[in-house]
Design a protein around this ligand. Structure first.
Ligand code: P1T
Length: 383
């Protein structure tokens, strides 16, 4: 599998024709249970919470995209994060990047502090981070790179090396880049997490999560908790993701082409204070982005000149960019993180990070870029 190019893997791995009928598209194994010929004698499938053939196909395909030995898919990105937290011994220390998806922050600050200890730090400052790692001695370092919504980039290779020195695991939430633009396991990370809800599925019709890794020990632990807790994805949702995944490569190229044009348009617009996009030379970690990523993706964050009133007028006047949470679908979406996706982060913490009321996040779709730019231009003219 390793020799195949990405574009071939997403279509062929886990995509073998159905052996009983020759159907080119895999069947949806919409079943909860499997017949046994004698107690304990079965064909590898006992009950769909633990295993399902449609899910198996998706897991095989996804593992190949991240060059991973193992993959588990779950019913949401957050349930995948939850499995990792359950896998750690009680009282573990977790060093987490300070800018993460609001739901991840809520999980770590409201649900799991009863069980583990969390510290949120800026993982883009390596010198400072090295000090934190040596003092805090985490069991696990949690990175989102690029981050949601500020698109800050952390050095996966350097941080994984530091983590190994203190016996810590490194997890990378790779949702924003998708496996097409970034492969953290190849750079030393131990676990890659995806919200499959986003680019991997790509059609805004499924919620799902995935974990990829190489360690058999992690596989045994994750399988135990997946089976014991039960956040398994339904066969139909797995099938939809398997279908969406086939076009991941072509979609990501189109997302990026549009995002490059739109970020340049925004950077030159008089009503824009600042644009953050890893592909722009003005991005503080543009060089690192070029080194560790194979592209810059479809997410753009920018600061409008003004405050909440200007943001509202801009957002209310967009037509093609739909005002909605989530990202990574073929259609363009726009988000106001302070009120929407990151509202669960206390205002003072948000503002310390730079998530102000004039911050706007775009998930650039694969429509025609001129149409998208026209839509933005009209909304700017109303501000
Ligand atoms: O929504 P869910 O599939 O549970 O995934 C959670 C999640 C995890 N990691 C990142 C980087 C994410 O962006 C998300 C979900 N994010 C949104 C819903 C959003 O609009 O940012």
């Amino acid at each position: 599998m390793k020799e195949m190019k990405f574009e071939t893997k997403v279509i062929h791995v886990g995509g073998e024709p159905d052996p009983t009928t020759g159907a080119i598209m895999p069947p949806i194994f919409q079943t909860s249970t499997y017949v046994q010929s004698s107690p304990g004698e079965h064909k590898g499938y006992e009950y769909s919470r633990s295993h399902n053939p449609t899910r198996t196909r998706l897991q095989e395909c996804l593992a190949s995209t991240e060059n991973a030995k193992h993959c588990f898919v779950t019913a949401s990105g957050l349930s995948a994060s939850t499995l990792i937290m359950h896998m750690l011994p009680k009282g573990s220390k977790i060093l987490c990047g300070d800018d993460v998806y609001g739901g991840t922050y809520r999980l770590f600050s409201k649900v799991f502090p009863e069980i583990h200890h969390y510290k949120f730090v800026d993982t883009t400052n390596l010198k400072n981070l090295e000090k934190e790692i040596n003092e805090f001695k985490p069991a696990l370092i949690w990175l989102e790179t690029p981050t949601n919504p500020l698109l800050k980039i952390s050095d996966v290779r350097a941080i994984s090396d530091l983590a190994k020195k203190v016996g810590s695991l490194t997890v990378v939430d790779n949702t924003f880049m998708s496996p097409f633009f970034q492969n953290p396991l190849d750079q030393g990370a131990d676990i890659v997490l995806h919200s499959m809800t986003k680019f991997i599925n790509g059609h805004s019709d499924v919620v799902g999560g995935a974990l990829m890794f190489n360690s058999d020990e992690i596989r045994d632990k994750i399988f135990f908790y997946q089976n014991a807790i039960g956040p398994s994805q339904s066969p139909f949702d797995s099938w939809l993701v398997l279908r969406g995944l086939k076009t991941l490569a072509v979609r990501m190229k189109a997302h990026e082409q549009n995002a490059i044009k739109i970020s340049t348009f925004l950077e030159n617009h008089p009503k824009v204070e600042r644009v953050v996009y890893p592909g722009l030379k003005s991005h503080p970690q543009h060089d690192l982005a070029k080194k560790q990523m194979k592209g810059f993706g479809g997410m753009i964050t920018f600061f409008l000149k003004g405050g909440i009133a200007e943001s509202r007028r801009f957002l209310e006047n967009l037509k093609l960019f739909a005002l909605a949470e989530s990202l990574g679908g073929v259609e363009s979406l726009v988000d106001h993180p302070a009120i929407m996706t990151h509202a669960s982060i206390p205002k003072e913490v948000r503002e310390q990070l730079g998530i102000y009321d004039n911050l706007i996040r775009l998930s650039v779709g694969i429509e025609d870029s001129d149409d998208l730019i026209k839509d933005l231009e009209i909304a700017f003219s109303k501000v």
